[in-house]
Design a protein around this ligand. Sequence first.
Ligand code: KQY
Length: 371
Amino acid sequence: MASMSTTLDSTPAADGYRMPGEFEPHAGCWMIWPERADNWRLGAAPAQAAYAAVAAAIAASEPVTMACSDTQFERCRSLLPNSVRVVEVASDDAWIRDTGPTFVVDAGGGRRGVDWRFNAWGGHDGGLYSPWDRDERVARKVLESEGDDRYAAPLILEGGAIHVDGEGTVLSTEQCLLNRNRNPELSRQQIEALLHVYLGTEKVIWLGAGVYRDETDGHVDNLACFARPGVVLLTWSDDEADPQQAISADALARLEAAEDARGRSLEVIRLPSPGPLGMSAEEAAGIEPVPGSQPRRAGNRLAGSYANFYIGNEVVVFPLLDERHDEEAAEILAGCFPEREVVGVPGREILLGGGNVHCITQQVPRAVIGG
Ligand code: KQY
């Protein structure tokens, strides 16, 4: 039986904890079942099929827990393989990368979780829905369920806004973390200091903007990520007519000029951009808008990206988004992760809700002695 979860007064860095890279061993993965009809078309049925495919792909090599509402329990259970555990946890939507805890580990085999503050990607200044109080409690409930102690971090931050290499470096974007709608009272230096204290890191590599028209204010997890220490995958476009080209070129220049926390230069591997992709009239018609939620309209540019993938114990699960580029993306990922099976899952329905595979998953690292 799991032990109790206590809220601690100290910080991960002070206690010798660090956030491991996603490519380090996992004890499991959490997800949240989608259901809100103002974000997911056709009462969320197509998105639920997509989430089920992601869960099944990850469950092949690590335990998956799906959080869902009481209303959705029977349906969720019936659409998931038996190997996926389903537990009732209330939420406002289905983005556990952003609402779940960020797990940290120490060398003694300990694991704890950081519970960031959450304001639905910008609160009343560009946020995506209101209220978000159930989302705010998700991280704590996950930690209760895991029996892991909790650090309550005094910073509004979504998990998709950071990537780490597990060796002292954190990657983020200025557009998101320095946005006035997250922590306007804090300077860049204060935000960096809080990142280091809660992630056990020493160096931030700042990228500028995130993927063009990303409704999260440019989460890094849709733009770039560490394949391993010293190696970064970056969404790329050669199309001068596409605003994504200049965004990716700026990110590349910053990455090429950067050194990580260990003083290494970074190898940057480019992933093609799908599309440009847009929401169709039929897709938009399936959404039931409500006041206070982000409107979703026909023709809206979709922030599709192959960088939005999940690194499981034995798989890399990535979104299939554009037949013209899916295969190339799969080949690049296979080259980066030769010991894992690269599995493509239908990503379009998740993208219509504003994110992709990485945004809907949260790894629970395996705590190992010496790790
Ligand atoms: O990028 C992510 N980590 C989450 C995307 C959230 C979109 C909300 N509609």
